[in-house]
Design a protein around this ligand. Structure first.
Ligand code: PMP
Length: 360
């Protein structure tokens, strides 16, 4: 990756001098299974409802800063009140704001790698210290004892469930104990929760755990990564903090209108989610049957797969088959690992056939 120019290194805040301009290294490919997007088309009636909502949205007015119509739709979906929800420009904005509000100099984020790398990035941008409690090297299970021992010293914590990129979910009973042990807020990042088994969400703990924050996004199950819409559910005083520090117009009028139409139609997404879950199991069985691969069970819309020569295989998938998957083999604890998003049956068949050809 590129570095900042020497001129810029001397101008930016000293602690930012080492940052690297973001280069997603994006290659257009026929089949893109690299970013855990939903590769299925929107259900036709939902797409029509979204188009109608967009067409009826005036563009000359600033957006409602709090997205109240959308909050009401989300509140109805989750059985909570509007005051329990804050909407953001994707989950990423809310994660950044979480670190901005509750982290900072002299404070500590409790983090469980391997997990979503943005947490550490946002911690570095907000000068938040990071206490990493690593997952088990083989199973990726959380080290619950070490987490509970570290929690009293943490200013905030983030646990991902299902975890990206390892696919496992956290036990609700553990989150309850962690919330009691941590003096600051505990976020459970449930970006992929719709793909997990029923009953795995930690939302039921919100009543008893006033420091719990549950993060959701429309980028995954709702297939709307392009509109940039995420939200947190938490106690009203926690939501007030998110509301107070956010960029007031970060969720634009088109996003608010499209998201409200999609959340209103949330039942229409169940068949797509069911199909992705069943494709995930089919892919898991096919990959696990190949003795040259290690694959972990996943509750998300992706699978983590370890193999010999992973980086080279990822390049050949891209260059010879025009299939893009994510290389994690450089990441600590994930050597030899690729993450493959579960796509449509046709896309998945192509991945299986291409892998079989490359591994031979
Ligand atoms: N959390 C996790 C675990 C993710 O994998 C992602 C996206 N890759 C996000 C949050 C953020 O998603 P978005 O900003 O698209 O809502």
């Amino acid at each position: 990756m590129a570095e900042l120019s020497a001129r810029m290194r001397s101008m930016v805040q000293p602690y930012l001098a080492g940052i690297e301009p973001y280069d997603p290294n994006f290659t257009p490919t026929r089949i893109n299974l690299s970013a855990n997007e939903n590769t299925y088309p929107l259900p036709a009636d939902v797409r029509e409802a979204v188009d109608r909502a967009l067409a009826a949205t005036p563009l000359n007015r600033y957006p409602d800063p709090m997205s109240n119509e959308l909050r009401d739709e989300l509140a109805a979906r989750h059985g909570v009140a509007r005051e329990n929800i804050c909407v953001g420009n994707g989950g990423d904005e809310l994660l950044f704001n979480f670190l901005l509000a509750f982290g900072g100099e002299g404070r500590q984020l409790l983090n469980c790698p391997p997990c979503f790398s943005e947490y550490e990035f946002f911690a570095s941008l907000t000068r938040t210290g990071v206490r990493n409690v690593r997952r088990d090297r083989k199973t990726f299970a959380l080290d619950e004892r070490a987490l509970l021992a570290a929690a009293p010293h943490a200013s905030l914590a983030i646990i991902t469930s299902p975890n990206n990129p390892t696919g496992d979910v956290v036990e609700c009973s553990f989150i309850e104990r962690l919330c009691h042990a941590c003096p600051g807020p505990v976020m459970v990042d449930e970006a992929y929760i719709e793909f997990a088994d029923a009953g795995t969400s930690t939302e039921g703990l919100l009543e008893d755990c006033p420091n719990l924050v549950v993060l959701h996004t429309l980028s995954k199950a709702f297939g709307a990564a392009g509109i940039r819409c995420g939200y947190v559910i938490a106690a009203p005083d926690v939501i007030e903090v998110f509301a107070a520090i956010r960029q007031i117009y970060s969720v634009n009028v088109l996003t608010q209108a499209a998201a409200a139409a999609m959340v209103r139609a949330h039942d229409a997404f169940s068949p797509v989610v069911e199909q992705i879950r069943s494709e995930r199991e089919r892919m898991y069985r096919a990959l696990a049957a190949d003795g040259r691969l290690t694959v972990w069970p996943s509750q998300g819309n992706f699978l983590l797969v370890r193999m010999e020569g992973a980086s080279r295989i990822r390049e050949r998938l891209r260059d010879e088959f025009s299939i893009l998957v994510r290389d994690f083999s450089y990441a600590p604890g994930l050597d030899g690992c690729l993450r493959i998003t579960v796509g449509t049956p046709e896309e998945n068949d192509e991945v299986l056939a291409a892998l079989a050809a490359l591994l031979d």
